[in-house]
Design a protein around this ligand. Structure first.
Ligand SMILES: Cc1cc2nc3c(=O)[nH]c(=O)nc-3n(C[C@H](O)[C@H](O)[C@H](O)COP(=O)(O)OP(=O)(O)OC[C@H]3O[C@@H](n4cnc5c(N)ncnc54)[C@H](O)[C@@H]3O)c2cc1C
Length: 580
């Protein structure tokens, strides 16, 4: 901590450094937690730059977190955690182009609130709108529509602060390589400070949901299932071999709320939660639970239909219920029937078990398995890390496992090992914001091929020391070896924590690892954090000194870099978009 205060004293004291030392971070699902050395909530671009410059001088890793909805260790750090909840303003609305320029911390819901005031709305959403815009695009978040690709598809331009403190604007026309890398960046490129997003006119959607036999789903797969409406998603119930098909189109009809069902609200919520908890001890009840819970909610016989007319921004959302593990993969839509048939055979212990070479003895899984689609094949330019198919529509299969009262279900490892094996055999790519765990980085490297290499090239130029790299990037992409990236953070422990089966993550920087070998390690997140420097002092630096910082030269060099054209002051090119 003394090193931070020393460097802080050298930087312009008029720019606040809003840091706290007692923050404990949890993922939304309470799957992982960590205690960052500093938790920072900047309010201006100057404050963000100060954090980055200081991190570089103090040799710290920086992790940006949105609302922590990614369920893996992606956002875990023992170093510095930056959150842009107070850097979330709308900067410009262009009614003619139907675009909104907003600061990177804005949540999708807030963006929609602002858009609705001028008759606009976000064109496509996943199941929720809690995410920050930057966090949602960073992990390739998607909805379910053949008319849309990833949420990144609607980004017109963005601004990202790189590890040298330079905030660079990029778009399809300007710094295109950086733009393609930043559209899905996994927090490893820099801090996205602004996003210009394409909206559409606000509208209502009329949705219907119908219970159908799985056979009908597979029979209509290549004809009407995915194309008859703009939005379609399917919840597959593996034991009943049925599925609920939810589909929606835009409409000019007036709002019509869905029919109330006494079971649909808190009664059903608590009954299902408790049955899931019971099934952790008696897994064999799960087929019965599936029949009962989904029968009560959606009807016991096929053909039952409900419908409603809601605003697009609400109609697409759903209640995701409880803490959960999610394991979602993207594969060519045409391979869907084979994937579902084989997985169904394995789950139901049918002869041959779908050719999946893992034991299914005594194994019972949760439902529904989410089946969704997107089509990003016409998006241009595509993110380097776009996991959808480049040459046609994409299917997403999501094996959800609920964690009733935050307890992990007993089937998890065996189910996920088999599921991931099947997905790999079918050439699928994992969704980054999920919990895949049995797939080596070599598979990911091989399936992303040249695109991953391009992304790594841009990333390494933008962040040569690995200030934005962590254990997740190493496990997923094999990226961030300690020698090349002194600031990359490595996992040193993953311990049982609280609440429930939440795991507590601890990391150490590569550089510290090296000095530990030399005998003087500083482990971030240690119990002494905050003792040598008071939060008050951090929040309002007072002194400045002429002491020389070792990274001044580094900074001077990088800020002159012409690697990415333009700088933070290049808004003249976009005069109609920024009115600051
Ligand atoms: C209940 C629930 C429902 C979901 N539904 C869907 C769905 O329907 N479809 C789908 O595809 N996904 C879905 N997700 C996943 C979710 O969209 C992603 O996890 C998303 O990344 C969460 O956004 P966040 O703001 O919480 O980001 P975080 O989880 O906090 O961060 C995600 C990544 O973004 C980076 N990041 C955040 N802010 C910035 C920034 N300003 N600059 C640079 N990098 C940044 C982080 O470093 C991290 O790498 C769901 C998740 C939950 C919990």
């Amino acid at each position: 901590m003394a090193d931070i205060q020393q460097e802080l004293d050298k930087i312009d004291p008029s720019i606040p450094f809003r840091a706290t030392t007692s923050h404990v971070h949890y993922t939304w699902a309470k799957t992982f937690s960590c205690k960052p050395e500093l938790y920072l909530q900047p309010r201006t671009i100057e404050e963000i730059r100060k954090i980055v410059n200081l991190a570089r001088r103090c040799r710290r890793r920086v992790v940006v977190v949105g609302c922590g909805h990614s369920p893996s260790i992606l956002t875990c750090t023992s170093s510095w955690m930056v959150n842009l909840d107070h850097y979330n303003a709308v900067l410009k609305v262009d009614k003619r182009k139907k675009t909104i320029l907003a600061e990177g911390g804005i949540r999708l819901r807030q963006l929609n609130d602002e858009a609705n005031k001028v008759g606009l709305t976000i064109p496509n959403l996943g199941s929720i709108d809690d995410q920050s815009i930057a966090g949602a695009i960073a992990t390739a978040t998607h909805g379910s529509s053949m008319k849309h690709g990833l949420l990144s598809e609607h980004v017109k331009s963005l601004r990202i602060m790189l590890s040298n403190g330079q905030a660079v604007r990029c778009s399809p026309e300007q710094n295109q390589e950086l733009f393609r890398a930043a559209l899905v960046s996994l927090g490893a490129l820099g801090i996205i400070t602004e996003v210009e997003y394409q909206m559409v006119d606000s509208c209502n959607i009329e949705w219907t949901q119908t219970l159908k036999p799985l056979g009908t789903i597979l029979d209509t797969w290549d004809t009407t299932l995915w194309t008859s409406k703009e939005f379609t998603r399917v919840w597959w119930m593996p034991y009943m071999k049925r599925a609920i098909v939810w589909s929606a189109d835009r409409t000019s009809k007036p709002l019509r709320p869905p029919q109330e069902n006494f079971y649909g609200g808190s009664v059903g919520y608590h009954i299902y939660h408790n049955l899931l908890w019971l099934s952790n001890h008696m897994p064999f009840i799960l087929p019965l639970v599936e029949w009962f819970v989904f029968g009560m909610q959606y009807g016991f016989s096929t053909g039952m239909t409900t419908s409603a007319v809601e605003p697009l921004r609400n109609g697409l959302l759903m209640n995701c219920l409880y803490s959960q593990f999610v394991n979602e993969w993207a594969l060519p839509l045409s391979k869907g029937p084979e994937a579902i048939t084989r997985l169904s055979a394995w789950i139901n212990r049918e002869p041959g078990a779908g050719g999946i070479p893992f034991s299914n003895k005594g194994l019972y899984v949760h439902c529904p398995i989410e089946v969704r689609v997107s089509d990003g094949s016409t998006s241009h330019p595509r993110p380097y890390l776009d996991n959808t198919c480049a040459d046609g529509p994409t299917l997403y299969l999501n094996a959800t496992l609920y964690r009733a009262y935050l307890q992990d279900p007993p089937c998890k490892d065996r189910y996920y090992e088999a599921f991931e094996w099947l997905m790999r055999e079918m050439g699928a790519k994992p969704h980054y914001a999920k919990n895949w765990q049995f797939t080596p980085s070599s598979y990911v490297e091989q399936t992303f091929g040249n695109d991953l290499k391009q992304w790594i090239k841009v990333r390494n130029e933008a962040d040569p020391d690995g200030m934005f790299l962590g254990e997740w990037h190493k496990q997923a992409f094999g990226l961030g070896d300690s020698k090349s990236f002194p600031l990359a953070e490595r996992q040193i422990s993953l311990d049982k924590g609280r609440p429930g089966n939440c795991l507590f993550w601890r990391g150490v920087l590569s550089e510290e690892n090296a000095s530990a070998r030399g005998g003087s390690a500083r482990v971030c997140g240690s119990a002494n954090i905050g003792k040598s420097i008071s939060a008050k002092k951090l929040a309002s630096p007072t002194a400045s000194s002429s002491g020389e910082s070792f990274d001044m030269m580094h900074e001077a060099e990088t800020e002159k870099s012409t690697m990415f054209n333009g700088s933070e002051y290049d808004d003249e090119d976009h005069g109609d978009l920024t009115d600051r």
